[in-house]
Design a protein around this ligand. Sequence first.
Ligand code: ADP
Length: 251
Amino acid sequence: YFGQGVALYVDEITVSFDGFRALNKLSLTIDVGELRCIIGPNGAGKTTMMDCITGKTRPDSGTVFFGSNVDLLRLSEPQIAQIGVGRKFQKPTVYEQLSVFENLELALKADRGVRAALFHRLGSEQLGRIEEVLKLIHLQGEVQRTAGLLSHGQKQWLEIGMLLMQDPKLLLLDEPVAGMTDEETERTAELFLTLEGKHSLVVVEHDMKFVDQLTQGRKKVTVLHEGSVLAEGLLSDVQANEKVVEVYLGR
Ligand code: ADP
């Protein structure tokens, strides 16, 4: 979509809440198609960073670029979503009363408004896309099932599927495997590894086993602490980093 290059460029963003610096000159670059895990203790600024990317919070200073030429700080939260930044919060938010299929259908037509969505029939291309996503999220066998009856893990997958219906270029995921079983966690890792390359992904995560599954011993992770980047590198390297160990032992 952008070709090769940078998917997200965050440069020295600072955010203060009543004089408290939640982010302190935080910089981060994500390449097109990259899967990056962000770790760090509670209060490190991970959520605030995501909020600055999606337009929910405006930094006091600094730069946030999407691709090489879209200044996200000039766009509203809905505009940022529309140009291809999808965000998944920790808790699943699906339409509990609707079926798995209907949830995906609504997500696909979300930009048409509910009225149009209800009366517009799906074309074969759109049906194909829903099928493709159902397969990715392991819910082919649950198409007609009421979303409220799915397991916690399945609801998380459904929500990821709903994001995928919009074909986001960049996906931001906040602790996507919290509360999942080991098996669900493994399947989620498989899903993300499939999405990698086609989408850029930023995953905030506490579960180190999951981070290990995602990075496969060769991808960079970023450690946040007190609002800036404390370390960046392979998981094994940052876990052996003295500063990082100190921060985590302090918990
Ligand atoms: P993380 O997601 O890494 O746990 P957060 O981004 O949620 O960290 O928070 C970073 C720091 O900013 C914390 O100390 C938190 O208490 C503070 N903070 C976050 N949001 C607000 C807010 N709206 N008002 C005041 N302080 C906030």
